[in-house]
Design a binder for this molecule. Structure first.
Ligand code: URA
Length: 203
């Protein structure tokens, strides 16, 4: 973990910015390599995440791990976090104030990891960053599967794994193809970097 990520993590672990800190067992800051080329954003920790302090370890998380594998992306290679870092009671949807209280952490995590592609999974992730990144209007079905270039990184919108659980036949292949697209964008950038280094060698 780089120093910046550790600092953000420490602040999340002690955060009291919204009422969710009262009922949490563990905050769930996120996990993955500090220089991951793909950064995935979910919604909020559920029961198992709250118990363990790790993101996406419940049913939706197991499906996420499987779908990443199917797309050729090992889970251990991506950074995974969520819009809010503490579990809402009874897994209700996060409230506006909770999302706003946590947004700074998410943006700082993205700036620290510097991923090539940020993948927003589900409506909560989409809505929390839609205005900040000027993403087009429309529901997930309409704007998913496109890479939106935001200069330092690209943004891709896809379904939340819990939504895939409810409609596997239709959404699972879409989710996998969206992740493949994100991975392709990463590889293209990688080829560019390799070219640059070879030129430096030759010169
Ligand atoms: N769902 C999310 O959106 N995030 C988690 O960490 C777990 C489940």
């Amino acid at each position: 973990m780089n120093e910046e990520l550790s600092r953000i993590r420490a602040r999340i672990m002690n955060c009291t910015a919204c009422p969710l800190h009262v009922g949490r067992k563990n905050p769930v800051p996120g996990e993955g390599p500090a220089d991951a080329p793909l950064l995935l954003v979910g919604e909020a920790p559920g029961r198992e995440e709250d118990e363990t302090g790790r993101p996406f370890v419940g049913m939706a998380g197991r499906l996420l791990t499987e779908m990443l594998k199917e797309a050729g992306v090992p889970r251990s290679s991506v950074y995974i976090t969520s819009v809010i870092k503490c579990r809402p009671p009874g897994n209700r949807n996060p409230k506006k104030g909770e999302i706003e209280a946590c947004r700074g952490y998410l943006l700082e995590q993205i700036a620290a990891v510097r991923p090539e592609v940020v993948v927003l999974m589900g409506n909560v992730a989409l809505n929390s960053l839609k205005e900040v990144w000027k993403l087009p209007g429309g529901n997930i079905g309409e704007i998913s599967g496109e890479l939106y270039d935001r200069g330092d990184f690209k943004v891709l919108v896809t379904y939340h794994p819990a939504g895939v659980l409810r409609d596997r036949r239709r959404k699972r292949p879409l989710f996998v193809s969206h992740i493949r697209l994100a991975e392709e964008a990463v590889k293209k950038r990688g080829e560019g970097w390799l070219g640059l280094r070879l030129e430096e060698f030759e010169g």
